[in-house]
Design a protein around this ligand. Structure first.
Ligand code: ATP
Ligand code: LTN
Length: 328
């Protein structure tokens, strides 16, 4: 069975982009893969975090994993900082990376722009992510399209270390991306991706938003003045984004939706989309409420960390041996 690894940062506001771009695939993959799903808290501290809030967000994401259908009996679910191998392997990879390749990462450029000096962790973020993946001999990494560059550098590092030490320390993983165009964009500005950190709460639909808030966000969503429901990302990015969301949250294809709404205005289309999104999120919210405060979460995460540690310890042993670290 192929092994899958992915992670989500515990930074709050898990939104429809995270769900459709990542979490939904996690659930599908666990049927015929050995899956490891991580809450990447070490990545979260590359930006300032309030300790008490961070702790809560870790449990929020864990509960959301389970609420969308990740099954801890089938998959390993754990918190990154509970497994020391991530930070350890990250250092070895750091020593095999170049400042030039890290400076070219768009995420670093975006997040550090207009700052006089940026946190070093933000700069080395892709290396820690590579360590996450390589630590588990991962074959497949399901992520949103925005992570393509990170997967590429992870593959480069794996190949580079294998070649440098003339041993097979790492399996070279493949990314599994959502089909092109299915990147979920911000509702108020369809030229940027839906994001946890955007200031305007109506730019995103968080999975735990109230139905009334969701209605408001969708009804306010930026479209165009043409009034024709047609998929055309270049000229009609707003309506195309809403068509994507509708399609991903229902059984319809984009083509079928264009036919269904031929001659209708944006208002009617948006009203139906509100229904579809609210109905789709209802069971997730109900399960989340059950799980989040049930007391079973810490046990599930502890058990996950134990299982993850067993796998990662084997990899660390092999890699340290290949690199010549330690005495045995
Ligand atoms: P931020 O916007 O604050 O940078 P984020 O929303 O990208 O954070 P992450 O925890 O970094 O959140 O991402 C979790 C997963 O969700 C990743 O696989 C990422 O590719 C995916 N993802 C994030 N935003 C989108 C989006 N708008 N559309 C599709 N997938 C997305
Ligand atoms: N950078 C990722 C989160 C992440 C991740 C990983 C995803 C950290 N480590 C390992 C897949 C595999 C993001 O989604 N922004």
């Amino acid at each position: 069975m192929k092994r899958v690894f992915s992670g989500v940062q515990p930074t709050g506001n898990i939104h429809l982009g995270n769900y459709l771009g990542a979490l939904k695939q996690f659930v599908e993959l666990q049927e015929d893969h050995e899956c490891i799903y991580c809450i990447v808290d070490l990545h979260a501290i590359t930006m300032p975090q309030e300790p008490k809030v961070l702790r809560e967000h870790i449990l929020d994401v864990a509960a959301l994993y389970l609420a969308v259908g990740v099954d801890p009996k089938k998959s390993i679910v754990f918190v990154q900082s509970d497994v020391p191998g991530h930070a350890e392997l990250s250092w070895i990879l750091t020593c095999n990376s170049y400042t030039g390749e890290l400076s070219r990462m768009t995420q670093f450029k975006d997040k550090s722009k207009e700052k006089e000096s940026a946190p070093t962790g933000l700069f080395t973020y892709p290396i820690l992510m590579a360590a996450d993946i390589l630590l588990y001999d991962t074959n497949v990494v399901p992520v949103g399209n925005d992570q393509k560059q990170h997967i590429e550098i992870c593959r480069d590092l794996a190949i580079r270390v294998n070649n440098k030490y003339k041993t097979k320390s790492f399996i070279v993983p493949e990314g599994r991306f959502l089909k092109e165009g299915a990147r979920i964009m911000s509702l108020d500005d369809p030229s940027s991706k839906m994001s946890k950190s955007a200031e305007n709460i109506h730019s995103r639909i968080s999975l735990l938003d109230e139905p009334g808030k969701i209605k408001k966000s969708i009804m306010k969503a930026t479209t165009d003045s043409e009034g024709i429901i047609k998929y055309d990302v270049k000229n009609k990015p707003g309506i195309s984004n809403l068509l994507n969301i509708y399609c991903e949250m229902s059984e319809y294809t984009v083509k079928e939706l264009e036919e269904k709404y031929q001659g209708c205005g944006y208002g009617d289309f948006k009203k139906d989309l509100v229904e579809v999104v609210n109905e789709g999120l209802k069971p997730i919210k109900e399960r989340y409420e059950e799980i989040r405060y049930s007391g079973e979460l810490p046990k599930i995460l502890e058990d996950g960390a134990k299982r993850a540690n067993l796998i990662s310890a084997k990899t660390m042993n092999r890699v340290k041996n290949n690199v010549g670290l330690g005495i045995n």
